[in-house]
Design a protein around this ligand. Structure first.
Ligand code: MSP
Length: 649
């Protein structure tokens, strides 16, 4: 039976715009998941969205859209982004999924029945952006210790989770099981900042807003969003559902991957919940560093293009994947700059890898008519290259197992660079001039193409598109799994070698930097214009009214039984409308859009209790409602013929 591997990213808040930093966890996990699959493991890769809570509700409200519609739209964009970046997840969970909501309620209930959740009074400080509660002493200068933003004093009756009960077990877990939390620096952080100073019970319900999952036995309370979110790792596998076969197969998680700011939730609160549920703990929690822009966690543009879609459209998806996987020392923070992005693209992808492929394929075409010649290793250079090719996979595998992702790529590029050096050492262009050295030339070219084959195969999990293109150029099918195929000497003599298109076009860094700067300014300008437009909309919005205010309106369905122009007016039409109680004379300013005959017999919505006025010399005893999107008006009609006088509410 295949060994299983369950890997998760955090579930993403569908609240803002996605930037390069947000793609970091997902791309890294994708490379690991693909690698493990190719190692023959049965992989389950989970990602998704964390859709509840006050923060999302607030952002949705600000955008003026119904909260569910808002998150649906955001999730759609995120899924498209993951597709664009080639993220090979096995499941995308949404915390608004029916099955998840049901399971969360069952989990909450189970913890309550066990006595690990109890009801009491809460007084504390709440940071809405982080969805975190803090005590007065935990706040720093009265602000959130995690993000430095304002916190609000919150007082309410709520449910608590007995986090304090698990303190000793958690200390033991982190101290005596060093594999559980990685990298090591995070262990000291958790022990010194949270566990040793003492854990307090955790408030796990709220009553001040509604956008979330109800406490199953107390409808006024919404389950704390982090309880809702963390449990996704088991509800996605069907825990507490009618079919928990995936849970039985894949739990415990082999790897929970996340950014360092949410390690506390994953290495303290999450294991405590699992302990309370009597479920095995995840094998590893890994808190990677941040991608920074200047000294900030990426948030704004500042001249750098950090939109993954723009970057991948302009420079290819694999250029983006490569940058994310290669540039940041895994576990630490790394700074994004356009310059570093372009330099990586030019130096590694274009010069090293792209050149190796195009030179090697070109020489096979030029010297052997595009068919791979037979070769045998027989020089010092040959043997050194073969040794490096043969040991490549083990080195990469060891690095991936230890989550040293940039190092894994470094190993691959060491071989690429070694092969480029091999060309310089063997100088095939000189060999081909001497017919007596034809076998040597054949060996050099065979070894180069064979190196590209192994590099292409090992590169598949990291840069799938590029790897497939390399393999296609040398007539090798991309394999599903690693095996003998990562050892040298497997290339089939006589294979067609194509000199395909350049893998990556070399960019002129200075020109590109200028272009990127210009683009960033345009994006900034568009954003400002959008903001102004939004603010205008908010300004133009009318003040809120109560239901009593609304109730003052009398709205009825009316049928237009006569329509004509108002003399001496270009704008006004005069209608006779049957509103059930009587026939009314109504004047509307729609002559520019509708001819009188077009309005005849239409059913419309009428405000029937408006004080009568005279318009264009004609009495108007009510108002017909029209919709206006700025491009002209349209009538609002019932979806089927209905009796005139029917009420509208
Ligand atoms: N919803 C929570 C997670 C709940 S998991 C039970 C959350 N969501 S998030 O959208 O804010 O972050 C999702 C992931 O993106 C996290 O791993 C976070 O660290 C990562 N990143 C967001 N910005 C980042 C950078 N600038 N750099 C690296 N990773 C970053 O937290």
């Amino acid at each position: 039976m295949k060994e299983k591997f369950y890997i998760t990213t955090p579930i993403y808040y569908p609240s803002g715009k996605w930037h390069l930093g947000t793609c970091y966890t997902t791309v890294v996990c994708d490379a690991i998941a693909r690698f493990k699959r190719m190692c023959g493991m049965d992989v389950f890769y989970l990602t998704g969205t964390d859709e509840h809570g006050q923060k999302i509700e607030k952002v949705a409200k600000e955008s003026g859209i119904d909260t569910k519609l808002f998150v649906d739209k955001q999730v759609d964009t995120l899924v498209k982004l993951w597709q664009r970046l080639g993220i090979s997840y096995d499941k995308f969970i949404r915390t608004t999924d029916k099955e998840h909501k049901k399971a969360v309620q069952k989990i909450f209930d189970k913890l309550y029945q066990k006595g690990d959740i109890y009801k009491s009074q809460y007084e504390g400080w709440y940071c809405t952006p982080c969805e975190s509660f803090w005590t007065k002493t935990q706040t720093v200068d009265g602000k959130c210790p995690d993000c430095g933003r304002e916190v609000e004093l919150t007082k309410e009756s709520c449910y608590f989770f007995r986090l304090s009960k698990y303190q000793d077990r958690l200390i033991d877990l982190i101290q005596n099981n060093p594999e559980f939390l990685q990298p090591k620096s995070r262990q000291n952080e958790m022990l010194n900042n949270f566990l040793r100073p003492g854990l307090q019970d955790l408030a796990v319900s709220r009553t001040s807003f509604k956008w979330g999952i109800n406490v199953p036995f107390d409808n006024d309370h919404i389950i704390y969003v982090w309880i809702d979110a963390l449990t996704n790792y088991i509800t996605a596998l069907g825990y507490m559902s009618d079919d928990d076969s995936l849970f039985k197969k894949f739990w415990p998680a082999d790897l929970h991957m996340m950014g360092k700011e949410i390690v506390r939730f994953h290495s303290i609160i999450w294991p405590a919940i699992l302990m309370a549920l009597d479920i095995p703990l995840p094998k590893k929690v890994y808190g990677h560093g941040w991608m920074l822009l200047g000294s900030d966690k990426i948030s704004k543009s500042k001249g750098n293009i950090i939109d993954p879609v723009i970057l991948s459209d302009r420079y290819s998806v694999d250029a983006v994947r490569y940058y994310l996987l290669r540039e940041i020392p895994f576990g630490s923070d790394g700074i994004y700059t356009n310059n570093a992005f372009l330099s990586r693209l030019n130096a590694d992808l274009c010069n090293s890898l792209g050149n190796l492929l195009s030179r090697s394929c070109a020489m096979v075409n030029q010297y052997f008519g595009g068919l791979l010649p037979k070769g045998e290793a027989n020089t010092e250079f040959d043997n050194d290259l073969l040794e490096k090719v043969n040991s490549l996979f083990e080195k990469v595998q060891k690095n991936v197992d230890e989550l040293l992702i940039p190092e894994a790529l470094q190993e691959i590029f060491n071989v690429v660079n070694r092969a480029n050096k091999y060309i310089d050492e063997t100088q095939p262009w000189l060999l081909q001039k001497d017919p007596s050295r034809k076998d040597e030339l054949a060996t050099v070219l065979y070894n180069l193409i064979d190196t590209l084959r192994v590099v292409g195969i090992v590169l598949l999990p990291f840069l799938p598109n590029t790897a497939k293109r390399i393999l296609a150029d040398i007539s090798v099918d991309a394999p599903k799994e690693f095996g003998d195929n990562v050892k040298a000497g497997q290339c089939v003599v006589g294979s067609k070698i194509t000199k395909g298109e350049l893998l990556f076009a070399r960019v002129n860094v200075n020109k590109e930097l200028e272009a990127m700067d210009k683009l960033a300014k345009e994006i900034e300008k568009e954003k400002t214009a959008d903001k102004v437009e939004k603010e205008k909309k908010v300004e133009n919005a009318k003040a809120e009214i109560t239901i009593d205010d609304f109730d003052k309106l009398e709205l009825k369905v009316g049928k237009i039984i006569a329509a004509k122009k108002v003399e001496k007016s270009k704008k006004l039409l005069h209608f006779t409308v049957d509103t059930g109680d009587r026939e009314r004379s109504i004047v509307s300013g729609v002559a520019k859009t509708y001819k009188p005959e077009e309005m005849l017999s239409k059913q419309v919505v009428v405000v029937t209790n408006l004080k009568p006025v005279t318009l264009g010399g004609v009495l108007s005893e009510g108002m017909i409602l029209f919709a206006d999107d700025g491009d002209g008006v349209v009538t609002i009609e019932p979806s089927k013929e209905i009796k005139p006088g029917s009420t509208v509410s």
